[in-house]
Design a protein around this ligand. Structure first.
Ligand code: FMN
Length: 200
């Protein structure tokens, strides 16, 4: 089946081997990330997703701050693989920090008490949609990326370093850059185990 969206969705893959040379200017990457998040859906159109978009030395700072926090909890003699991972992310051109604004979620809970318990979950769904939108938009431009979760270990350090409002909760980190290596093939489970279609 030929479909532009499916082509793009299949082009988006996890790329750990990142380089610094972006195929488009940083201004264009910034606008792409903002537009992708702007167009991503959110519950009641609450637009709870937030992002910190970091390039160059500011992106490298993310990974040195996370590394410093991890050094406090990972034994020194077992740290080499972690240090290598941090160096790999820092080798990219940039990092997007994805947040969800807790004030927006609290506002929804007050406005719609019937759904109060559901809103934190909805915000996580919205975050996932924003992440997929950004990841796929980057892929279309030939930019590789991966999705990381070094929260909450480095939340405070990152918030302080980048002036992040206290109501923003860190959800994920997306290091991105040029493709500096091949991505292996992806396997898929059988359709029979995941889909039920009726009434065609
Ligand atoms: C909700 C979610 C959480 C993920 N967390 C991580 C993570 O913490 N670290 C990581 O390296 N990859 C993470 N990934 C990436 C997956 O491992 C990856 O998407 C999956 O193996 C499929 O490979 P693909 O991205 O190449 O299609 C996550 C993906 C999703 C959707």
């Amino acid at each position: 089946m030929s479909n532009k969206t499916l082509d793009l969705l299949s082009k988006r893959r996890t790329q750990y081997a990142l380089g610094k040379t972006l195929p488009i200017p940083t201004d264009a990457v910034e606008e792409l990330i903002k537009a992708a998040i702007r167009h991503a859906p959110s519950s009641f159109n609450s637009q709870s997703s937030r992002a910190v978009i970091l390039f160059g030395a500011e992106s490298e700072k993310v990974w040195s701050l996370i590394e410093a926090e991890l050094r406090k909890i990972v034994p020194e003699d077992a740290f080499a693989p972690t240090a290598a991972k941090m160096a790999g992310f820092a080798a990219g051109a940039g990092t997007v920090l994805f947040y969800e604004d807790q004030d927006t979620i609290r506002g929804l809970q007050e406005q719609f008490p019937l759904y109060a318990d559901a809103f934190p979950g909805f915000a996580n769904h919205s975050a996932g949609m924003a992440q997929l939108a950004v990841w796929t938009a980057l892929a279309e431009e030939g930019i590789g990326a991966s999705l990381q979760h070094y929260n909450p270990v480095a939340d405070a350090a990152l918030a302080e370093a980048f002036g992040v409002p206290s109501s923003w909760k860190l959800i994920a980190q997306m290091p991105f850059g040029s493709h500096a290596g091949e991505i292996g093939p992806k396997t898929f489970i059988e359709d029979d185990t995941r889909f039920i279609t009726l009434g065609k």
